[in-house]
Design a protein around this ligand. Sequence first.
Ligand SMILES: Cc1cc2nc3c(=O)[nH]c(=O)nc-3n(C[C@H](O)[C@H](O)[C@H](O)COP(=O)(O)OP(=O)(O)OC[C@H]3O[C@@H](n4cnc5c(N)ncnc54)[C@H](O)[C@@H]3O)c2cc1C
Length: 185
Amino acid sequence: MSDRVVIVGSGFTGFWAAAAARRVGGEAVTITMVAPEPTLVMRPRLYEAEPQALSVDLKPLLDSLDVTFIADHATEISVSEDQLTLGSGDVLAFDRLVVATGSIISRPPVPGAGEAYSIDTQSDAIEFYLRLAQIAAESTEPSIAVIGAGFAGVELALELRDRISVHADPAPLSDFESCLWTKRL
Ligand SMILES: Cc1cc2nc3c(=O)[nH]c(=O)nc-3n(C[C@H](O)[C@H](O)[C@H](O)COP(=O)(O)OP(=O)(O)OC[C@H]3O[C@@H](n4cnc5c(N)ncnc54)[C@H](O)[C@@H]3O)c2cc1C
């Protein structure tokens, strides 16, 4: 295997690419991961309650795999020069590059769709979680529309009734608010 492996993204794909590169390449390869934070967000579970808990600190795992982590984002890839440019302006040379930057929500081109809540990212899911708490506090028979009947939409729709019940109990919410406040600090 070539010497320098650079991986962009710290989700499931990026992390498993790093583990596989170390397993296959052994000590002969240097592995560098670039992502805004050394955390893996469990996006498939973001339809659940308490989304603030759905991320994992990758730093200890990356350290044990001897993977260098750079907190930044990729801004340009030059395939002809085998170089990756970062937001800081730094340039990383690579022999192999793994682009594992995931996916983003596709909002339908209809008026108002941009203002709807989403569970695409952890911060989106936390925002939605807080809104659900308000809804539970304000209404005994809330009406919520889920747009999209793929896996994420169906999972969310099936979970909503239980989640509204959880929110109707103020104790977990106050715990959550203090947790979110700590996170913001
Ligand atoms: C609510 C929901 C439910 C889902 N359910 C399922 C499911 O049941 N089964 C399933 O297989 N999939 C599901 N998915 C899709 C899910 O997102 C993927 O399976 C999985 O998270 C993909 O992992 P990934 O590593 O490819 O991307 P992501 O987890 O999206 O990770 C992308 C990484 O790239 C980083 N990144 C992005 N741009 C840059 C950049 N320019 N520079 C540096 N880093 C960058 C991000 O910060 C992140 O670390 C679901 C998604 C959602 C939102």
